[in-house]
Structures are given as structure tokens and as C-alpha cells.
Design a protein around this ligand. Structure first.
Ligand code: ZN
Length: 134
């Protein structure tokens, strides 16, 4: 259940961001989960529902976007997507591989409803990044 501290950080960042932009409430969070990330979206949702209760972020929807794992071969330089049946370079058969993406869990953007209007506002983007072992 290592999602708990991750969700705590997520909520902190979200509330900070919401306060800075004078949000009335947080509508949605857009999250990215790499194929190799150990983060489980249902667990994130579970903790979120508990932790965000009675905050400005209560009821915010969590959108998860999955990104595939990609590797680069250190021997021949080929870039390729993960083939779970074998972890070898499809170009040269090498196994000196560098992970390019796929183990991340990050917050891509936050959708907020601003104080000054009654309708949903253009959404502020945040650059906040998460390490998966937060
Ligand atoms: Zn190769």
C-alpha cells in the first residue's frame, strides 16, 4: 500500500496549486502512469477519496493516462517499446538497455473551477512531477 504517501503528496500539491490560483474547487486531476510503475490506480482513487474529504479537492475526478514503457539499446541505439515476452533489443539482440519512459507516476495537470466565475475555467497546468517512490 505504498500509494498512501504518494496520494498525500498529490493532495498537498493540488491544494497548494488550487490556493495559488484562487480556485473554488478542484474539478479533476490528470495523472500519468507508466506501464512499469507499481502504482495501482484503484488504490490511488481509494486513498484520494479518504484524504481529499472536506477539502477543496473533494470529489475531484482522477484521470489516469497510461504510457507504454520504452527502451533504448546501449549497443546499437535502437528505441523500442517493451515486449513483455523478452527483454532484448529487437535490432541486435543486446540486453544493455536503458529505460526511456514507463516507470513514472506524475501529475500532468489540474483542472480547477475559479472563484471569479461560475463556469469551468481554462485549466491551469502544473509542472509538478512525481517520483514513483515518493
Ligand atoms: Zn540493439
Amino acid at each position: 500500500m505504498h500509494e498512501l504517501p504518494v496520494v498525500q503528496s498529490l493532495l498537498e500539491i493540488t491544494l497548494e496549486h488550487a490556493a495559488r490560483h484562487h480556485a473554488r474547487r478542484v474539478v479533476a486531476l490528470n495523472l500519468v502512469i507508466g506501464q512499469l510503475s507499481s502504482i495501482v490506480d484503484d488504490c490511488v482513487q481509494f486513498y484520494w477519496d479518504i484524504l481529499a474529504r472536506d477539502t477543496m479537492a473533494q470529489g475531484a475526478r482522477l484521470h489516469f493516462r497510461r504510457v507504454p514503457a520504452r527502451f533504448r539499446c546501449r549497443d546499437c541505439g535502437a528505441d523500442f517499446a517493451l515486449d513483455e515476452s523478452r527483454l532484448l533489443c529487437p535490432g541486435c539482440g543486446g540486453f544493455h538497455l536503458q529505460l526511456l519512459q514507463g516507470d513514472e507516476f506524475r501529475l500532468e495537470s489540474i483542472d480547477i473551477e475559479e472563484e471569479t466565475t461560475s463556469s469551468l475555467q481554462a485549466m491551469a497546468k502544473t509542472e509538478s512531477r512525481f517520483q514513483k517512490n515518493l
